[in-house]
Structures are given as structure tokens and as C-alpha cells.
Write a protein that binds this ligand. Sequence first.
Ligand code: UDP
Ligand code: MG
Length: 138
Amino acid sequence: MSNRTFTMIKPDATAAGNTGKIIDKIIEAGFSIKAMKWTQLSMEDAQKFYAVHAERPFYGELCEYMSSSPIVAAILEKDNAVESFRNLIGATDPTKAEPGTIRAMFATSIAANAVHGSDSDENAAIEGSFFFAGRELA
Ligand code: UDP
Ligand code: MG
């Protein structure tokens, strides 16, 4: 169990003006922000970030969507961060996400589901270092 996870506020949420509300929810849930940046993925960046899903039928659309508007990438800290953050965001499919979760509140579809959250400590470290150099962590 590690105390760090990685998140992105996804293109649908930044484009809809929900960035601030989502950051508030994350802070209210007790996460502290170790690093954060507003940036936009190229198609190649998205393909690399989601390479683990390359064989899935939704991969092409996912990469197009993830490079369609800016995102906010962040490294977050809290006890049991990965699991705690997955609970905060809710299920991948927002129609199945618990009320009060970030995806239940802000996602528009299974693809455009407002936020990313790492699924393991190992992937949290890999994904965090995709966006941030060690000296960028506060
Ligand atoms: N996704 C999609 N269609 C699907 C499943 C996933 O477009 O049927 C997208 C969605 O944006 C999801 C991302 O691919 O967040 C990564 O999928 P994963 O199964 O890892 O879901 P997550 O870990 O984000 O809940
Ligand atoms: Mg995942």
C-alpha cells in the first residue's frame, strides 16, 4: 500500500468548466496535491499513456478523445491513495457509479468519464513519471 496516486481531469471535464469543482472534491476528500499541471496530450502521447489498452476495441476513440482538449494531470497523496481515490471517482461507467462520486456527478459517458485514477501503486508511479520530473513534486 502506497500513499500516492495519479489522476487526470479529462477533456470533457476541462471543456465543460468543471476543473475547479473536481479539484475541490479531491481536496475535500483529504488528498493533498503533490504536483499538478494543465496540458494537452498529442495523439502520440495518448497512445503511449494508454498503451496497456491498445488491443481493446475502444482504444482509437479513447486516444482521440484524450487528445481533443486540455487535461489536468496531478499526483495526489493520502493514506491508501490508489484505492481511496478509485472510491472517490466511482465506476468507469457513470451510470454504475455511486451517487456522490466524481464520475456520477461530472461524467457524460463511459468514455468521457471526467477523471482518470491509477489502478495500482505500480501504475501510479509509472503514470506520475509520464508527466512529472522528480523535482516538480512539492
Ligand atoms: N473506456 C471506454 N470504453 C469502455 C471502457 C473504457 O471508452 O468500454 C475508456 C474510459 O475513458 C476509461 C478508459 O477507457 O476511463 C480506461 O479504461 P479502464 O478500463 O482502465 O477504466 P478506468 O480505470 O478509467 O475506470
Ligand atoms: Mg484504468
